[in-house]
Ligand binder design. Structure first.
Ligand code: HEM
Length: 377
């Protein structure tokens, strides 16, 4: 494992932002968003129910469906009442992600991104539109808060509330985040949170289709507990999600830079070396997880994460250290809610056209989609 020193040398601005963002992502605060999670999931399962054929079954690629779901969730939980403007932002961000993907698949010439190519011009135009909508939403919200209106139960409200507290507690010398900073953080939520969570949900549906015994165990659990109230206490569902995150970590690796000369694993590295931590390999290492490492065995998490393997720090789907994913509680609540509502309504299996081909496009995608056959419970 990397020593603490590798990660601890963070920029001052990042440290300040993290101090403001952490309370906004606290589990107790996020619970206020459960109704928004539930509304988005309800829309999805109702649409699927309406599309069932005369034999009460439906075959569809759940991958784009779940991408839409997580996009909807982040729009609604980020901006609640400004949901429609929020959606526009996230449509533009989705376009940006596609343009970035197209660009990185090209041969990169230094300075290419500043050339006035069609895609670069489109990206700049999209970015301007995103920033202008965000500036408008944030400006209106700050105005309302100054006039004494209570903060809304959404990410923007929590972030602004935490930002104001930081300013009040630390006085004029430390003025929290600027509007430009808040805009940047809102953009990051989309990129960091939408794709990763839809990847987790997609592999979960695929794996539960391959393992009907676990699908049944999970369904039994969710049929006796009401989702909105008990989503946090689902033992089987939690173990299943952990095991999917182990086998198919959405982020297959993350990086750290040495800020001074240091020794790691018997090798001395100078300052400025970028080290890649290969999460996918660590999660598939038989020396850490045992000879059944490639098997889907959620029970290995029955006594919690630290006892699931020989190395308590080997489960790294959300990264590690001070830079650990800020949205992990958010993602797990959302995934539990979605899975719970899908399991309550549908039994699912792999469609004949499904081909198992995990491949990496930044995150771990199903290369040919995830064709699933659903039937009403
Ligand atoms: C299954 C879902 C998710 C996975 C697997 C995931 C994974 C990760 C990983 C591996 C990192 C890098 C951590 C490191 O370098 O140690 C990260 C960072 C981050 N994630 Fe997530 N993430 C998920 C969902 C979310 C959600 C839903 C949000 C926001 C709503 C989010 C926001 C962020 C942010 C803002 C960072 C950067 C944190 C920083 O540098 O301080 N993530 N995530």
């Amino acid at each position: 494992m990397l020593g603490d020193g590798v990660a601890s040398h963070e920029g001052e601005k990042w440290v300040k932002h993290r101090r403001i963002l952490n309370p906004a992502f606290h589990l107790e605060k996020l619970k206020r968003m459960l109704p928004a999670f539930s509304a988005c999931c309800e829309e999805l399962v109702s649409r699927w129910s309406e599309s069932l054929g005369s034999d009460a079954s439906l075959e569809l690629d759940v991958w784009p469906e779940l991408q839409n779901l997580t996009g909807d969730v982040i729009s609604r939980t980020a901006f609640s009442s400004s949901y429609h403007e929020g959606r526009r932002i996230f449509q533009l961000q989705a376009e940006q992600a596609e343009l970035v993907m197209t660009n990185i698949q090209k041969i990169m010439i230094p300075g290419y991104m500043s050339l006035p190519t069609r895609s670069n011009r489109k990206m700049r135009k999209n970015n301007k539109e995103v920033e202008s909508i965000l500036r408008d939403i944030i400006g209106k919200r700050i105005q309302a808060m100054k006039q004494g209106e209570s903060t809304k139960d959404d990410l923007l409200g929590l972030l602004l509330e935490s930002n104001m507290r930081e300013t009040e507690e630390n006085g004029q010398s430390s003025t929290g985040m600027t509007i430009a900073d808040v805009i940047e953080e809102c953009k990051v939520f989309y990129f960091a949170g939408m794709e990763t969570t839809s990847v987790l949900l997609t592999w979960t549906i695929v794996v539960l289709s391959m393992h009907p015994e676990w699908q049944n165990r999970a369904r039994e659990e969710v049929l006796v507990k009401r989702c909105v109230t008990f989503v946090r206490y689902m033992v089987q569902v939690t173990m299943i999600l952990y095991e999917v995150l182990r086998l198919y970590p959405p982020a297959i690796s993350f990086v750290r830079k040495t800020y001074k000369e240091m020794e790691i694993g018997g090798i001395t590295y100078p300052a400025g070396v970028i080290l890649e931590l290969p999460v996918l390999f660590i999660h598939h290492d038989p020396d850490i997880w045992g000879s059944d490492v490639h098997e889907f065995k959620p029970d290995r998490f029955s006594e919690g994460i630290s006892k699931a393997s020989k190395d308590p720090g080997a489960f790294l789907p959300f990264g590690w250290g001070p830079r650990i994913c800020i949205g992990q509680n958010f993602a797990l609540l959302e995934a539990k809610m979605a899975l719970c509502m899908i399991l309550q309504r549908f039994v699912f299996e792999l469609a004949p056209s499904y081909t198992h081909a995990p491949h990496t496009v930044i995150t771990l995608h199903p290369m040919h989609g995830a064709q699933i056959k659903l039937r009403s419970v």
